[in-house]
Design a protein around this ligand. Structure first.
Ligand code: NDP
Ligand code: 5RP
Length: 470
């Protein structure tokens, strides 16, 4: 195969192989390479009879690509991407495009763009979401980087992307530099919060209402027909209905309660702290995973630390309806925080992120796809400078309907000693954001007391310092 492939894939793991098959099914001739011989063999077998070629080396892969070359790197983020780039660089010409589709830190993408400056090689960092199925049948794609690359990769990426209900491809240009990978990091931060709040809804049904997974599954399935409709609520219904073949028990009950993570939620939270953006529900979703991971400590502490006394049972049907509204309210708060994070980074890096387009791209294909994303798209299309999703008329209205139930759910959980950190932080975020006055006046006084840090007054301009004990 000489210079006949439309695109080369480096890394034929879960994502790379399925993206390659997706590309091939859309009429693109693909070439693939993986360091691992077993992955190459598996790729050869899965692509037998198709317009696909398995290269035995990076040089062979590059040699069979049409000019300008388009390469998609799907290897683990970090050192592996640098290693691939170091090997690729001497093989490429000016005008060739390298895309990194991994979950890469956006700062790494910015660094790699700088490293390639002067070579003419066009670099793109693209968020990819949708897991194995999405990669095969239509992911959401969030490319950003060298703008000159976009016309060269747009037809390929948009052809394989998922389509929203209105037919729009879930792939648009996010902006320069690390914009694409930043948008994916925020996507994953929201994903963490979405998953955690769903887990808390499940936990409340189990701990307070005594519901079994089998009883909860139809509840989630029904919720998936309404305003909570989303991929994650849908898969939760499926998971809760699943029975372990060996024991006959719900499989979810047999899974160890320690969550793992690869780091994107943590990055989203770190960036929020660095930029001074309030994203507590995303951060609490990360902390919920970290506390789950200290299982042995929790088991030991359960014998030492006291909780509340026994309380009257909670009425099931009415409380399930409240959990529904609490989940919707918390979800809106998490998305609001995610979009605040996008806006904060946009101010810092001057990417000119297209907020309405980001919501549109997330409507299908990705893990956080949800019905409410069309409302978010509409909100930002109507007001691109929207201060916060919460103050959009539609979302303010939904919050008005749901906030009382979020309060009651959080209060009930607290009284019964059931940990719902993401629900709690969503409520605290909502209440803090709608508070015209907060106790930061006392905090400023404390800072001034011990550190002469000064404070401002509400009745006159300027900076003031007080000798508090005089
Ligand atoms: N899985 C998912 O749902 C999603 C994953 N992602 C991201 O996509 C990227 C790839 O993920 P995934 O496909 O799941 O990972 P896998 O581990 O399944 O596949 C990565 C492949 O890349 C190979 N590889 C590593 N280094 C090189 C190299 N220098 N040259 C060629 N091949 C190499 C690996 O080989 P070896 O096994 O020998 O290391 C492996 O076969 C990651 O950044 C991930 O975070 C993004 C969205 C969803
Ligand atoms: O990017 C993804 C989906 O959008 C990946 O599935 C991601 O790896 C999930 O993150 P974690 O392993 O930390 O739960």
């Amino acid at each position: 195969m000489s210079q006949t492939a439309d695109i080369g894939i480096v890394g034929l793991g879960v994502m790379g192989e399925n993206l390659a098959l997706n590309l091939e099914s859309h009429g693109f001739a693909v070439a693939g390479f993986d360091l691992e011989a077993t992955r190459r063999d598996s790729f050869s077998q899965r692509t037998a009879g198709k317009r696909a070629f398995t290269a035995r080396s990076l040089a062979e892969l590059v040699g069979c690509l049409k000019l300008p070359r388009r390469l998609l790197v799907m290897v683990p983020a970090g050192a592996a991407v640098d290693a691939v780039l170091a090997d690729l660089r001497p093989l490429l010409y000016a005008g060739d495009v390298v895309m990194d589709g991994g979950n890469t830190r956006f700062g790494d993408t910015q660094r790699r763009i700088l490293d390639l400056q002067g070579t003419g090689i066009l670099y793109v960092g693209t968020g990819v979401s949708g897991g194995e199925e999405g990669a095969l049948h239509g992911p959401a794609l969030m490319p950003g980087g060298d703008p000159q690359a976009w016309p060269l990769v747009q037809p390929v990426l948009q052809a394989i992307a998922a389509r929203a209900e209105d037919g729009a491809p879930c792939c648009e240009w996010m902006g320069p530099g690390g914009a694409g990978h930043f948008v994916k990091t925020v996507h994953n931060g929201i994903e963490y919060a979405d998953m955690q709040t769903i887990c808390e809804a499940f936990w409340l049904m189990q701990e307070l209402l005594g519901m079994t997974p089998g009883e909860m599954s139809p509840v989630f399935a029904q919720w998936n027909e309404g305003p909570l409709s989303s991929y994650l609520v849908g898969i939760t219904a499926d998971i809760l209905a699943h029975t372990d073949r060996e024991s006959g028990k719900p499989l979810v009950d047999l899974i160890l309660d320690t969550a793992e993570q690869k780091g994107t939620g943590k990055w989203a939270s770190q960036i929020a702290l660095e930029l001074g953006i309030t994203a507590p529900t995303i951060a609490d979703a990360v902390f919920a995973r970290t506390v789950s991971a200290v299982k042995d400590e929790r088991v030991a502490a359960a014998d030492i630390l006291r909780g509340p006394g026994k309380l009257a049972a909670v009425e099931r049907e009415a409380f399930v309806a409240k959990i529904h509204n609490a989940l919707l309210a918390a979800k809106i708060c998490a998305y609001a925080q995610g979009f605040q994070l996008l806006a904060g980074a946009d101010r810092e890096y001057q990417w000119h992120l297209p907020f309405a387009t980001i919501a549109a791209v997330w409507r299908a294909g990705c893990i956080i796809r949800a019905r409410l994303l069309e409302d978010i798209r509409r909100a930002y299309a109507h007001a691109p400078d929207l201060q916060n999703l919460l103050v959009d008329a539609h979302f303010a209205g939904v919050m008005a309907q749901c906030q009382q139930d979020l309060r009651e759910v959080v209060a009930t959980a607290a009284l019964h000693g059931v940990a719902v950190p993401a629900f709690m932080s969503a409520l605290a975020y909502y209440d803090a954001y709608r508070a015209p006055r907060l106790p930061a006046n006392l905090l400023q006084a404390q800072r001034d007391y011990f550190g002469a840090h000064t404070y401002q007054r509400v009745d006159r301009p300027g900076k003031f310092h007080t000798r508090w004990t005089e």
